[in-house]
Design a protein around this ligand. Structure first.
Ligand code: NIG
Ligand code: FE
Length: 396
């Protein structure tokens, strides 16, 4: 058995009631990669007598951060889309790529596997540097059996890189490929009949995701996709109610979605649905900021309904070209009015819950020892300041 003991540190996580647990003079005992004890040093003199103590020099230990919503594997950028919205007459505009999700689909499908892997590794390395230990990666820039398979295979192979565990979401229903431009149901039928079952059989899909929105697919068109996911035993999550309210939140929660994400136009009925289904609300404030949305998710109502809220980067070239999870947490506080303790839970406990992972995101006994140690005195410094510090990973 491999045992490790860390001390001269404080400890912070969030409990099941959403309250901060903050322990000064803490001690952490790890056995075979799991937390055997995390608490006050004074409670376990037996451990300090028996094991060599690694001195953390007054650092703050937290669970490794969980980024539960990313589109991390893509090529190109979409600066052109951003500039066109900000300064459409700028003569420099023509130099930049634009064209929405389909432009990224083209750039990604045209990129070599090696270049996609290199780009993705660079982004994961930045995340690891900032204390992230679990990342969800979506497909959705392939939009064909081969294209989606390539992205999910790369995502699987990246798991473990820089000590980050990767979980995958199949996002075939992200945008409508040009060949199906007038036939959204035909495209969904292809995903349902061929693509989703094939990739599921290959073990590439941990969850199924979709974009139910005025800018994406309608609830009527997407319903068979969710039925198929259920038949295949795959957990469902959905991008909903980002650009407008067309019933995406209601539909996804009626299917027992594990998470609903974005939520700028989430309805009261969908909040009730999330409460009933135990759905996590995933907030993506960088996407709101980058698009300049005036409307924000109904955080007060979600809180009142006791719907757990996670926070993620949404890393993607179109609406959120960033890998900074703690800045997303800061934005959730500043822009959306999340309480700092909620933002901290959002990138730890609730980020993990949005992925169905109950073995991480807290310092509970038995949790994975995905631990990071920060040079801060209080955990709120992580989520309530513009923060760019590199923590130390305790167990690689
Ligand atoms: O999560 N909402 C749809 N999809 C992405 C954007 C992807 C893109 O623009 O390339 C999102 O914001
Ligand atoms: Fe997204």
């Amino acid at each position: 058995m491999v045992e490790l003991l860390f001390g001269n540190c404080s400890l912070a996580d969030v409990d099941a009631n959403g309250s901060l647990r903050f322990v000064q003079d803490g001690l952490i005992h790890i056995q075979d990669g799991r937390i055997a004890f995390a608490g006050r040093r004074g409670e376990r003199a037996d451990l300090t007598r028996r094991l060599e103590l690694h001195d953390l020099e007054s650092r703050l230990v937290t669970p490794g951060l969980v980024d539960c919503h990313t589109h991390l594997i893509y090529a190109g950028d979409r600066l052109g889309d951003y500039l066109a919205a900000r300064d459409p007459l700028d003569p420099e505009l023509h130099r930049f790529q634009s064209g929405g999700i389909l432009a990224t689909v083209a750039a990604t499908n045209n990129a070599s596997r090696e270049s996609l892997v290199a780009l993705a590794r660079g982004r994961l390395a930045q995340m690891a540097d900032h204390g992230v230990t679990t990342v969800e990666i979506k497909s959705g820039y392939g939009l064909s059996l081969e294209g989606e398979r390539r992205l999910l295979t790369i995502a699987r192979e990246l798991s473990g890189y820089q000590g980050i565990e990767v979980v995958t979401s199949f996002l075939g229903a992200h945008a409508l490929p040009e060949v199906f431009a007038s036939d959204p149901s035909g495209y969904i039928a292809l995903l349902v009949g061929e693509v989703m079952p094939a990739l599921a059989a290959e073990g590439l899909i941990d969850m199924v995701d979709c974009f139910v929105d005025p800018e994406g697919f309608s609830p009527q068109v997407i319903a068979p996709y969710l039925v198929r996911a259920k038949e295949l035993g795959l957990p469902i999550r959905a991008h909903v109610d980002q650009f407008g309210a067309i019933g995406g939140g209601e539909l996804a929660t009626s299917f027992g979605a594990r998470s609903i994400d974005h939520l700028e136009h989430l309805s009261k009925a969908a909040i009730g649905g999330a409460h009933t289904a135990g759905t996590v609300a995933v907030l993506l404030p960088f996407a709101s900021l980058h698009k300049g949305f005036p409307t924000h998710p109904p955080v007060t109502e979600l809180r009142a309904a006791r719907v757990p809220m996670a926070v993620a980067t949404d890393l993607n070239p179109g609406t959120s070209p960033t890998s900074s999870l703690l800045l997303a947490a800061y934005l959730a506080v500043t822009l959306y009015g999340l309480r700092p303790v909620e933002a901290f839970a959002g990138v730890t406990r609730h980020g993990a819950r949005a992925l169905g992972l109950l073995d991480r995101g807290t310092l509970d006994q038995g949790s994975r020892a995905d631990l990071v140690a920060w040079e801060v005195a209080h955990p709120y410094e992580l989520v309530a300041s513009i923060f760019d510090q590199r923590p130390r990973r305790l167990v690689p």
